[in-house]
Design a binder for this molecule. Structure first.
Ligand code: GLA
Length: 395
């Protein structure tokens, strides 16, 4: 599958630019085991990069001031002058890239002319972070081709900045971090306050993490994502005014939150309460994962779904249906909506021997309930963004 993506992207480059690319890069999507919406609230998250990628075929053009992209999947292209100041444009996919370029330009780093064709196996609008892969993939390419000396952390932050400034989504850092820092077979425990992180062996022998794509597409530009952030920010503002000695959001206690309940209002209260509970769940989940306590991990996933659905209110009828039905099946330890919400995928922890049967039953129930063919992704935990070298794969 990876080989096919690389070949297709290379061919797209050749057809569009009438020459061969010099470098190939792969930027992965991500799953998140647990820790949803807490990345912009000093929480912990447990994401991992997966074997679904955006592939970039790249050629440096000496003495050129132009950077040209060909987006194979949209059959669309865009060029800009690297010496001019960039502003957002009407093609949404372009803004992810221009935002990255702008952030690099603002940091005073010098780049040059490029030709890039890209194509993806990360389904868009499914909660698997194709946007972070696009942003961070381009940041990685600029860094590598022009020796910009940016750290991996810088690349993740540049990706996030692009989303804030050129795309208009006030996202946290989880997706970009996972795409850049992913490691095969390892889950990342990221402290979103300090950006310190540890890797965990994903100790799930005998169990699988399977994604069910509801095929309800979303973009956080128009979903309620930014509004959820506003709800939370209002709560945080009053919490910090009342308890200025607290440094990190996760250190507020439930009784502190209760003390400001009437002042922050019911909506912000509900959102902040979910966040404090979710941050604690992630710590428990990391422990359960490292001890191989898969039963408990599953229970925590399902609790997260309930919080996301009723307190944070980012689920939808289709995802609630999928999760409710899935957790009732034999061999299912837990299930929840994954990512920013408002559509996309559920992540399901299922005993290996039951996976096929669960998929069959849930697909049929979903079809009957909503008339939609559910898609299923059995993903592997993979490395973060890297240059693809053909001979690495030759035995
Ligand atoms: C989206 C955002 C992330 C994070 C998740 C929810 O994927 O890009 O920063 O907030 O939603 O956990």
């Amino acid at each position: 599958m990876k080989e096919k993506l690389v070949n297709d992207t290379t061919e797209a480059f050749q057809a569009f630019f009438h020459s061969d690319p010099e470098n190939i890069f792969l930027a992965p999507g991500r799953i998140n085991i647990i820790g949803e919406h807490v990345d912009y609230s000093d929480g912990f998250v447990l994401p991992a990069a997966i074997d679904k990628y955006i592939c970039f075929a790249v050629k440096k053009v000496e003495d050129s001031e132009t950077c040209t992209f060909f987006a194979k999947d949209f059959d669309d292209s865009f060029s800009f002058n690297i010496n001019q100041k960039q502003n957002p444009v009407s093609q949404i996919w372009v803004n992810y890239l221009l935002g990255v370029f702008n952030a690099v330009q603002e940091s005073g780093k010098k780049t040059g002319g490029l030709q890039i064709a890209f194509s993806s196996t990360i389904p868009m609008g499914s909660g698997l972070s194709s946007s972070a892969a696009l942003e961070c993939g381009f940041a990685f390419i600029l860094n590598q081709i022009f020796d910009l000396n940016l750290s991996r952390k810088d690349l993740a932050l540049i990706g996030q900045k692009s989303e804030h400034t050129f795309v208009g989504v006030q996202c946290g850092i989880m997706d970009q971090f996972a795409s850049v820092f992913g490691k095969e077979h390892q889950v990342i425990m990221l402290d979103c306050h300090s950006l310190e992180h540890q890797y965990f062996e994903a100790n799930l022998e005998g169990y699988s993490l399977v994604l069910f794509d509801s095929c309800v597409k979303h973009t956080h530009l128009t979903s309620g994502y930014n509004n959820r952030r506003k709800d939370v920010d209002q709560g945080k503002r009053i919490l910090w005014e009342t308890f200025p000695e607290i440094e990190k959001f996760r250190d507020f206690s439930f009784s502190m939150l209760d003390a400001v309940r009437s002042e922050i209002g019911e909506t912000s209260y509900k959102r902040c309460r979910y966040l404090l509970k979710e941050i604690k769940r992630v710590e428990k989940a990391a422990k359960a994962l490292s001890e191989g306590d898969v039963e408990y991990l599953g229970k925590l996933l399902t609790e997260t779904h309930s919080g996301l659905s009723t307190e944070f209110e980012v689920s939808c009828g289709e995802l609630d249906f999928l999760v409710e039905k899935t957790v009732k099946e034999n061999g299912v330890l837990g299930a929840r909506i994954m990512g920013g919400g408002f559509g996309g995928c559920s992540i399901n922890l299922i005993k290996d021997e039951n996976v096929n049967e669960v998929i069959e039953k849930i697909s049929a129930a979903y079809k009957a309930g909503f008339g939609i063919e559910m898609k299923v992704y059995r993903v592997k935990i993979s490395d973060g963004i890297k240059e693809y070298k053909r001979n690495e794969f030759v035995i």
